[in-house]
Design a protein around this ligand. Sequence first.
Ligand code: GDP
Length: 197
Amino acid sequence: MSDAQPLRRARFIKSAHELIHLPPDSGREVAICGRSNAGKSSAINAICDQGKLARTSKTPGRTQQLVYFEVAPERHLVDLPGYGYAKVPLALREHWQGVLEGFFMHRQALCGLIVVMDIRHPMKEFDQQMLAFAAARGLPGHVLLTKADKISRGAQAKTLLAVRRELGQRIGAQLFSATDGTGLDEARLVLRGWLGV
Ligand code: GDP
């Protein structure tokens, strides 16, 4: 139903370590975040139908920067840094927490947040924090429960229901798998709707 066409044109434009290095704050952008290893890069690659758009890596916590992809003029997808491994030092976590909080508070172009969660480990502290930042600004949120292919249909349905209950009415949640394509259309619809592409 929702084809990938506009998203297929997504291209990397820049990455920034600090908020002052972000592109001009105009147009519309959707942020996508997730804990390290949740499957965020794979989700971005699958949604945009481009194998190497976002780097997938088994090395956790490698990138600590906001990565901008242009989908159309003034329409961006922003890959936010994730963490979630004990080996990331506390000071670095706190630094990134501050950067992300500032981003959510002040970025006018930001119009929605997608949170990627490993369906086997949903709604961790990082995920809840990011959703709370978005809610504080009144931004819509949407959760991708990824790696759905790793658990049974029954377990998928059970987790989806539990997560939806926890999220309440205002934030959507869906099953997703970059490996077998589960939920691709639904995720693209949300993204394209928010970006208006
Ligand atoms: P990121 O750190 O959140 O960007 O995670 P990656 O996209 O690099 O994925 C982490 C690991 O999970 C990699 O080994 C991926 O191949 C694997 N992975 C990601 N998405 C899926 C999925 O939908 N299904 C399965 N089975 N593995 C996945």
